[in-house]
Structure formats: C-alpha cells, structure tokens
Write a protein that binds this ligand. Structure first.
Ligand code: VTB
Length: 325
C-alpha cells in the first residue's frame, strides 16, 4: 500500500515561515547568479550552498538537514544531520541550494534554488541514489497512474481522464541513455516526449502547471530530488510514486543506514512527505516555471514560488533586491 493521504492529524507549521522560507532560496539563487555561464559547477554550487546556509542560520528555527549536500564526510556545509537556525520551531529540512549545477554553469534554462521545511520525522530520509518516479498534476482520481504499470497504460488512463487523445499528452523525461526503452514506449503510445537535460524537481512540478503543457513525469532521477518534488506536490496537489533504485551494494548499505528497511518499497506521495510542509523555490536561470535572477540597473530581481501544504496556498513572489544590501 502506498500512502496517498496524511497518516494522522498534523499541526500546521507556523504560517510566518512561508515568507521567511523564501529568503533562503532567494539568497542561494542570488549567490549562484554570479556563476551563471562560467562553466564551473563546483564554484556555482559552493556559492549557493554558502549563501543558503547563512540564510538558514538567520531564521528562528531549530532545523535539521535531512536531505542535503551529502554525508558529513563528503559535504562541509549543509550536510545530512547538520543543525541550522537560531533556535525556535523544530523542523526537518530538505534542500538543494542549486538544483541544476550544470544548467547554471552552461547558462541553460531551469536551474533553481529549492528547499522544503517539514515537521520533524515526516520526510523520507532518501539516500543519494536514484529513484524511479511517476507524477501527474492535481484533479485526478487517486490511483489513476501506477509506477508499475506500462507507460502506455498510464498515458492512456491519463488521456481518458483528461478527455483527450494519447497523442495530445506530453510526458517529461530526463534525456539519458537509461531512458531509451522508456522513451520508445511513450512514443509508441502516441504521446509526445519533452526531454530535459537536468533538473527533475522542476520537471515534476511542471506537471502541476497547465501553462507548461506537461501532463506526466516519468523516469529515473535523484532520490533526494524526488522528496523535494513530493514536498511541492503535497502543497499544490497531484499524484506521485517513487521507488529507490540501487546500482550497487554500497548504495544499498547507505539506504539501510538512513533507516530504509524495505529496499523495494513503492512510496506514495505521503510516504515521501507525510507531515505539514512549506516549499520554496527561486529561479536561478530563466525557466518554464520561474524567471531567473536578473540585474536591472542598480537592482537584482528574483522570482520565487512559496507553497504551504496546510492551506494549499501558492505565492509567486517577485522581489527587487538592492545590490549590496
Ligand atoms: C538527477 C536529477 C537532477 O541530476 O539527480 C540528475 O534528479 C543526476 O542524474 O535533477 P544523472 O546521474 O543521470 O545525471 C539532476 O539533473 C541535477 O541535479
């Protein structure tokens, strides 16, 4: 059984945090802006990480990073288990200061700074492995899609529910050799395939926004990114399932270390993020969902989206920052 509803009553996170949250992703995005197009993924990531960490440490929270830059021995900052914040409300944090380091280094579309804050103990402690994922936007009968069904069957079910033909459905897939068979099956069903080179947090979220024309996300991407995307879907609605994919025993051991007992488990949306959650994303480069960071005369502008699961509120926030402030 995959969980598709809240497991129990959950106390909403303080609503003030929704607006505090945006400062964290804005700071990371602005720091990454200086690195757009410089061909240096490492520097781009580091700038975003440092800025995000500083911003977190200014918040009145007692935060624990549960999805972060890596394990303590491999990531100096925002590692899994790191405590951030000035003290206050206890939250678990999933973050990716720069989702799309390559996109940023190459000045390509859709790089984001993202984070989610949830009630402690309610987000899957996803190991840094792959996750097989399927997602659609809100408004459909629960159980319409299934990770274990054939891609063509999922597409036909979705087309029927949307009252359209399969050839009017667009599936978003990461452009990887591992997806060759998947892409062939999707095309055989008649559906269109939109390929992205990176950034499947944004890719999953695109399914929830009619303006993007993306109807369904399919394929294997990062497991931590899967939890971040699930946090967003918990707020805007939609359906998602995931299953960890392991390439070797080392990855299996990592999963066990983070408390994953059943390595073959199919996770539903509420298995990925069970509790009340706040999600924030700020565009780094211009994308389908968010405009990136721009310099406009003396100012820096950012565009962000902040969502709360407790109310389903989605705020689009355009901010003008005074340079050097
Ligand atoms: C995935 C995807 C991310 O990196 O983690 C990918 O979810 C890594 O997968 O959005 P590959 O090994 O196939 O590159 C991103 O694209 C960017 O972090």
């Amino acid at each position: 059984m995959t969980l598709t509803r809240p497991p129990a009553h959950v106390k909403p996170l303080d609503r003030a945090f929704a607006l505090e949250a945006v400062r964290v992703t804005e700071a990371a995005a602005i720091a990454a802006y200086a690195q757009i197009g410089r061909g240096n993924e490492h520097d781009a990531d580091r700038a975003a990480v440092e800025a995000m960490r500083l911003a977190f440490n200014a918040l009145p929270i007692q935060g624990t990073v549960v999805i972060g830059e890596g394990e303590r021995d491999e990531a100096p900052m925002l590692f899994i288990g790191e405590k951030v914040g000035q003290g206050g409300l206890s939250v678990d944090i999933a973050l990716d200061p720069l989702e799309g380091t390559t996109l940023t280094a190459k000045a390509m579309a859709n790089a984001l700074a993202v984070m989610a804050m949830a009630e402690p103990g309610t987000m899957l402690n996803a190991p840094d492995t792959y996750m097989d994922k399927i997602a659609i936007g809100p408004g459909f009968e629960e159980g319409l899609i299934d990770l274990d069904a054939e891609p063509g069957d999922n597409i036909n079910a979705l087309a029927k529910a949307k009252n359209c033909r399969a050839d009017e459905i667009t599936a978003l897939v990461m452009d990887r050799p591992r997806h060759e068979a998947l892409i062939a099956k999707i095309r055989k069903s008649g559906a269109k395939v939109k390929l992205i080179t990176d950034g499947d947090v944004a890719g999953v979220i695109e399914t929830t926004d009619p303006a993007t024309n993306v109807d369904i996300y399919l394929g294997t991407g990062g497991a931590p990114e899967g939890v971040l995307a699930a946090a967003a879907l918990r707020c805007v609605g939609g359906q998602m399932q995931g299953r960890l994919v392991f390439r070797n025993d080392d990855e299996r051991a990592r999963a066990a270390k983070w408390g994953v007992k059943d390595l073959t488990r199919k996770y539903g949306l509420y298995d990925l993020v069970a509790g009340d959650v706040v999600f924030s994303a700020t565009g780094v480069t211009d994308g389908a969902m968010l405009r990136g960071v721009h310099r406009v005369g003396e100012f820096i502008t950012t565009e962000s989206v902040v969502m709360r699961s407790a109310t389903g509120t989605v705020r689009w926030i355009r901010t003008r920052h005074c340079r050097g402030a």
